[in-house]
Design a protein around this ligand. Structure first.
Ligand SMILES: [Cu+2]
Length: 189
């Protein structure tokens, strides 16, 4: 009501309305689309599969050309430090406005990394740390990771975690080598 009254007062009611979403007779390009995407990282205990942290969902689809506002809610409290030869994955890449726990982030110290969300073919890398320590007798809260990217290339791309959070001597086995756990697909269509 306030908006309508203001627009009328300004003598611009029709202009204000047509700028919202209805078709314009002077433009043929579709309006930019923003979509929201969310996934949750659970530790193995939460999915009854000890030692097998999991992204859920692990297969995601976004429209081509969309601006994707993505949120990762990570409940994992354990680190998986990146080794020196993987140091590149400590730096955020291919995304803007990365925040973790409400703070702007560009790099996560290798020793603090819990997981990454990495889409090699799209140049996207998002490292993040552990979930906040829960007070006694209170439920675990997630680390909230937010960022934005543009899905400009169509296809089905494999995303993966680059932090050695899995099994085996190098931490790259088990969930790190299994689709639906520490890897999955991002489809741009
Ligand atoms: Cu991981």
């Amino acid at each position: 009501m306030l908006v309508a009254a203001g627009a009328l007062a300004a003598g611009g009611a029709l202009t204000a309305c047509s700028s919202n979403s209805s078709a314009s007779n002077t433009t043929t390009a579709p309006p930019p689309v923003t979509v929201h995407l969310a996934t949750v990282v659970m530790d193995g205990g939460m999915v009854n599969h000890s030692g097998w942290p999991m992204y859920q969902p692990s297969d995601m689809t976004v429209p081509k050309g969309a601006t994707v506002d993505m949120t990762i809610y990570s409940y994992d409290t354990g680190t998986a430090p990146l080794p020196a030869n993987m140091a590149i994955y400590t730096k955020a890449a291919g995304v803007t406005d990365l925040t973790e726990g409400g703070q702007p982030v560009t790099t996560v110290a290798a020793s603090d990394v819990a997981h990454t969300f990495t889409v090699p073919q799209l140049g996207i890398n998002v490292p993040f740390g552990v979930a906040p320590t829960a007070a006694a007798n209170s439920e675990q809260k997630p680390l909230v990771v937010t960022f934005t990217f543009t899905a400009s290339k169509s296809g089905t791309f494999t995303w993966k975690c680059m932090a050695p959070c899995g099994s085996g001597s190098d931490g790259m086995g088990g969930p790190m080598a299994t689709m639906g756990y520490m890897e999955g697909t991002l489809t741009v269509a």
